[in-house]
Ligand binder design. Sequence first.
Ligand SMILES: Cc1cc2nc3c(=O)[nH]c(=O)nc-3n(C[C@H](O)[C@H](O)[C@H](O)COP(=O)(O)OP(=O)(O)OC[C@H]3O[C@@H](n4cnc5c(N)ncnc54)[C@H](O)[C@@H]3O)c2cc1C
Length: 384
Amino acid sequence: MSETDLGAIREAVAKLCAGFPGEYWRALDRERRYPTEFVRALTEAGWLACLVPEAYGGSGLGLSAAAAILEEVHRSGGNGAACHAQMYIMGTLLRHGSDAQKRAYLPKIASGELRLQAFGVTEPTAGTDTTSIRTTAVRRGDVYVVDGQKVWTSRAEHSDLMLLFARTAPRSEVAKKTEGLSVFLVDMREAQGRGLTIRPLRTMMNHAATEVFFDALEVPAANLIGEEGKGFRYILDGMNAERILIAAECIGDARWFIARATEYAKAREVFGRPIGQNQGVQFPIARAYAATEAAALMVERAATTYERGEPCGPQANMAKLLAADASWQAADMCVQTHGGFGFAEDYDVERKFRETRLYQVAPISTNLILSYLAEHVLGLPRSY
Ligand SMILES: Cc1cc2nc3c(=O)[nH]c(=O)nc-3n(C[C@H](O)[C@H](O)[C@H](O)COP(=O)(O)OP(=O)(O)OC[C@H]3O[C@@H](n4cnc5c(N)ncnc54)[C@H](O)[C@@H]3O)c2cc1C
């Protein structure tokens, strides 16, 4: 997509976001409420359907467009975490689902009638070691019976469907630990009270995180995505898109922090001159700016590599690592530049600071990206 087209997207999204200023996000944050009105506005404007092909009612845009949309949401002071997954979780269904599944779900996901924005992978005992998950799905006739527990399932209370990752063959019966894992589309509207329980988890920031429990939940066999036992590969290829889009959100956050810090450093006078006249204040802002611009180039590179359909694991991971580091550096700098006011709710700086901290840990922690680069790109011995 051309720079002009991306510019037009950014402008339109910025205009929509102007209707949801700091006061809006602050009030939600205080009460840990879901941004229903904001998500509705983004849905109605069609932005959350940008990656759904036109044949299924979406706008069929590439990942660069999705990245521009989410970056703009964050650059304007908002938080796309409430709904970003509606953009990319459907990618697994699109790439690996049957024609019948795609026809049944994608048009409704594109229109927003169905929300597919819950992704159940992480479990309390397995942690980052995804192949050690204990949630099982056992075939009984034309259903799978699911038992187990997920943790940190974002947006489960605000989603109609969940993409669930479960073990369909015991670890002892498969040659490799990555085998015997499968992906299902769970209709949570039908499942609640019939074997599925959702419990909200209160977190440092307003995130709609939950724990999800499965107790003999019956999922129709028709809701298995792709082939049984091959699910690990299916979720891996969706993760690159997720990392690139979250990296774009981090760039948006970093740009918001830099803009706020610059503005404040020009206006705030102490000792009879603007604080921004001191190099001790200027340099951290300039350093954060340079780190952000460099990370933004890697995000752009990762998105275009992904769009060409080429392997993009190294680029997607480096984009996530560098962008999350840039936003965290900018966040810390912005608090420092604001002095005491960096801690005041009314300035939004402390809220954004809490929000952007997440991306050092989720959807993949910095250490695991470094391990990936060391092992898979540099050929160093596997460390775990
Ligand atoms: C707010 C929030 C929302 C989330 N949303 C979702 C969601 O929607 N769906 C979902 O499935 N998951 C979700 N997650 C889970 C998230 O992906 C995990 O928290 C993350 O991948 C880290 O896993 P963990 O918490 O189990 O940490 P652990 O795996 O227990 O790791 C703990 C720490 O140890 C480090 N570590 C672990 N192993 C190694 C190693 N071999 N080498 C070096 N360091 C290591 C990690 O880097 C980390 O810092 C969410 C998490 C949060 C906090």
